[in-house]
Design a protein around this ligand. Sequence first.
Ligand code: SF4
Length: 142
Amino acid sequence: MTNTVDEDAESAKGASPKILPLCYKVAEHENIIWVCDGAANVGQIGHQVGVLLTNMDKARMCCTTAVAAGSKPHLDIAGRAKKNIVIDGCGNRCASKVLERAGVKIGHAIDISKFLQKVPTLDIYQADVKRIAEIVIKDAGL
Ligand code: SF4
């Protein structure tokens, strides 16, 4: 049975850390998530959506900054990924541009500001994280 976003958000608060598979070992079999992690509500919501989808085992978040830095192992992961899913906070599309400039094929991308107003705050609501996660699950076919 597949858990709901609500159930997984609760179980993600468990006492022991969830140890993830190493990106470079599983890239071909995983939907790899790249978030912009921007310093606004939409960037931080995108980060938390990446965390939630990873903890739900629907995808595996990887290091967008490493791709921007030209890290060869991370470029290799992006090149081998089953599907690259990009979560941008706003229309600047920073995470998408990082991958595009690296020549990486993007399977699905979302601009969160199309669904939520961008506000200069780092205080975010879990209800927004769940709402955006559900949109990504549906639209990216996770
Ligand atoms: S896409 Fe928008 S929110 Fe994300 S890092 Fe760029 S400017 Fe910031």
